[in-house]
Write a protein that binds this ligand. Structure first.
Ligand SMILES: Cc1cc2nc3c(=O)[nH]c(=O)nc-3n(C[C@H](O)[C@H](O)[C@H](O)COP(=O)(O)OP(=O)(O)OC[C@H]3O[C@@H](n4cnc5c(N)ncnc54)[C@H](O)[C@@H]3O)c2cc1C
Length: 429
């Protein structure tokens, strides 16, 4: 007889008089899998985490440039807006395990002190992602973790999940949490094989594309970006495809040797399709966002009247860094001109570069450099409150494997934690 369980602390079901412990398997020792392991440990549950590489949390170690931006302390109602199309779906998990809950768990249970930086971003006080990774592994318990186990198949055996590795080892679990990650930074272990595993259980995977990454520009614009490599400037950005504006952002833009990066660019990357060249994809940069062209032109003109002997590009440096002003001046063909010699057309040409710098996109960015994967297991096949599969009861799919990606600022790790929390709670019922 199965006893109805009204609380996730109840770890047992009964069969006649025999008490059977529910055993939970976790596939993947990344952020989502490790947090799931810790939540199971906190409940005294029986579980085993299977990780394919020789150590857990390889990607976690790279997060926040090695500092780990573990969460973003915004209220869940505000936070959810950072998850694009999935904001509605994730809402209930974010409310069940909020950023405040995450902070409390990490500080009080994992014993890793945290600090808050700009835009509500939370980091370990030590600035070391390894402190979070090590604390997670210690808390979950090394005895519960098996590394070097690459799951190659999931099947059903007598009402249980049989999880098999490529070399023929297998485990049986009552519940299974799959947290095998996305496709980005594949050398960390998350190379997209998890999608194949769950496809074989009947799940659909929506189209995958790289998100949160820099954008390579075409050869004709590469000289421009590489000459400015390392220069960072505040700008409005717009992504254009088929001559239509597809998306926009605002923030810092970083010029690199092969293109553009920085938050105002990486936010656009998820919308760049494979056939971006055929669709004439380009990015527009506006170095005076929020101001119209006429207004900028008038300000430039008044500055030129005050300094008639100065070069136009020197005056332009009052709007943008001087190296960028010089590069824009070259594009507008006004490099050597003094303010008093500049025609109205030439001045307007310079303002056009300031407001509408056009950078053609070379190709879709690579998964090798993407921080996250857009796309994944279709959300219509998961219960939004628990992340349990609607196709295979008892199977939970969490983390980057799902069709959820967040903006930068701690959003992706918070999603991993919230999903792990609701999945664990439901897996023990
Ligand atoms: C450079 C970088 C910096 C980032 N910085 C931040 C940040 O500061 N803040 C933030 O919120 N997000 C950040 N992210 C995103 C964040 O790291 C991911 O969203 C998060 O790690 C996803 O967690 P996950 O557990 O779903 O997947 P992963 O962390 O990728 O873990 C998946 C695990 O599953 C294992 N695995 C895969 N297949 C199998 C299999 N068949 N059998 C067994 N194991 C398997 C993999 O080896 C891996 O260990 C960053 C990402 C990158 C790449």
């Amino acid at each position: 007889m199965k006893v109805k369980c009204d609380c996730y602390n109840r770890l047992r079901k009964t069969s006649g008089t025999e008490v059977i412990h529910i055993t939970v398997g976790i596939i993947g020792g990344g952020a989502a899998g490790l947090f799931a392991a810790c939540f199971l440990k906190r409940e005294g549950a029986s579980f085993t985490l299977l990780e394919k590489t020789s150590s857990c949390g390889n990607k976690l170690l790279l997060t926040g440039h090695g500092r780990c931006n573990i969460t973003n302390r915004k209220p869940p109602e505000e936070l959810k807006d950072g998850y694009h199309e999935a904001s509605g779906f994730l809402r209930s998990a974010l409310r069940a395990f909020t950023p405040d809950d995450a902070v409390e768990f990490i500080v009080n249970e994992l014993k890793v002190p945290l600090k808050e930086e700009d835009n509500n971003r939370m980091f370990p006080v030590s600035d070391k992602a390894s402190d979070i990774r090590d604390a997670l592994v210690d808390y979950a318990g090394k005895d519960n973790i098996i590394t070097g186990f690459e799951v190659s198949d999931i099947s059903r055996e007598d009402d249980r999940f049989k999880v098999t590795s490529g070399d023929g080892r297998s485990y049986l679990f009552d519940r299974l949490i799959v947290a095998a990650g996305g496709k980005s930074f594949p050398h960390t272990g998350s190379d997209g094989n998890g999608y194949e595993l769950v496809k074989r259980t009947g799940h659909t995977v929506t189209p995958l594309s790289p998100a949160l990454t820099g954008v390579p520009v075409r050869e004709e614009d590469r000289e421009f970006t590489s000459s400015l490599s390392g220069v960072s400037v505040y700008a409005g950005t717009g992504l254009y495809l088929d001559n239509k504006k597809k998306n926009r952002a605002e923030g810092n833009v970083l010029f690199t040797h092969d293109g553009l990066s920085g938050p105002a660019i990486t936010e656009l990357a998820r919308d760049i399709p494979v056939d971006v060249r055929e669709r004439d994809g380009w990015i527009e940069l506006d170095f005076t966002p929020g101001r119209d062209e006429k207004d900028v032109d008038e300000e430039l003109l008044s500055k030129m009247r005050i300094r008639p002997d100065a070069r136009l590009t020197t005056i332009g440096a009052e709007f943008v860094p001087s190296s960028l002003s010089a590069a824009l001046g070259e594009r507008a063909g006004v490099t050597e001109l003094r303010a008093c010699d500049v025609t109205r057309e030439e001045r307007r040409g310079f303002v056009r570069e300031l407001k509408h710098l056009h950078m053609s996109i070379e190709r879709q960015p690579s998964f090798d450099t993407a921080y996250v994967t857009r796309g994944g297991v279709a959300l219509g096949e998961l219960k939004r409150k628990t992340f349990e599969s609607l196709i295979v009861p008892g199977l939970f799919i969490i983390g980057e494997m799902t069709d959820i990606d967040g903006i930068s600022g701690g959003y992706n790790l918070q999603a991993a934690m919230s999903e792990a929390y609701v999945a664990v709670r439901a897996s023990l019922c």
